[in-house]
Design a protein around this ligand. Structure first.
Ligand SMILES: [Zn+2]
Length: 245
């Protein structure tokens, strides 16, 4: 399903799966994340080239997770950009890690990397950390759009992984709130306005309090910001990951 956010920004996403974002700038199109499935990435490429009739300037990976990077194989002939940490983490994926995944993915890492920030015309890529140490966001100021990657999950529980850092994640979200933006495109879930940043902050702050022992599990479960999010199994999985730290 392709949704138009502004004249220059499109999101391709299905219930819960990782969003792929298409950003159109005068020089061409920037694709943010490539999904877990090469077949899906191929369809997105066809849409860009035959419907939008635009050239792909480059592809960005917001972080190393396979559901954001395994469609890279379809864009091997195009420039792929990520932080160098993302590229490093992808190169470390071993057979053990890969065999757990539904698509027998070929790992294609970035052809160009950046340390902290990369700019292309009106678009800025910025490594911020939080969800994973290499998590990056894409800011398209002119269109007042933030592509938040997995820093934001909207309507569903976030994926808190073993290398997530809750305090860093909270700080990053507070900083993102200061941006002059109208639209936030999450890594998973529907696009929204800045409200979804606040909901993520409240969610993670409560998780932090649960870990500190200042609120109970029952209090969390009665909060709509938890009970109304889809995929509750992600909630318990996230807690397990935090405890395993
Ligand atoms: Zn992720």
């Amino acid at each position: 399903m392709i949704q138009r956010i502004t004249d220059k920004v499109f999101v391709v996403g299905m219930e819960g799966s990782a969003n792929v974002v298409i950003i159109s700038i005068p020089k061409g199109v920037i694709v943010v994340d490539t999904s877990l499935f090469p077949e899906k990435a191929q369809k997105i490429r066809e849409f860009i080239e035959s419907v939008l009739r635009k050239e792909i300037l480059f592809v960005v990976n917001t972080h190393y997770h396979p559901d954001h990077t395994f469609g890279n194989v379809v864009f091997e002939d195009v420039q792929i950009i990520s932080s160098n940490l993302t590229s490093e983490k992808m190169r470390m994926m071993d057979e053990e890690y890969l065999k757990e995944l539904p698509s027998n993915g070929k790992v294609v890492t970035a052809s160009k990397t950046f340390e902290e920030e990369y700019r292309e015309g009106p678009v800025t890529l910025k490594k911020v950390g939080g969800h994973t140490p290499d998590s990056s966001v894409v800011i398209f100021e002119q269109e007042r759009v933030l592509v938040a990657g997995d820093l934001v999950f909207n309507d569903l529980h976030p994926e808190i992984v073993q290398d997530s850092k809750i305090t860093e994640w909270l700080e990053v979200l507070e900083n993102l709130k200061k941006l002059k933006i109208d639209w936030v495109i999450p890594g998973h879930g529907n696009h929204s306005d800045k409200v979804c940043l606040d909901l993520m902050i409240k969610y993670l702050a409560k998780i932090q309090r649960l870990l500190d022992g200042t609120i109970t599990y029952a209090e969390i479960l009665s909060d709509e910001n938890f009970s109304k999010r889809k995929f509750p199994e992600l909630f318990s999985w996230g807690l397990e990951n935090l405890i395993a730290h």
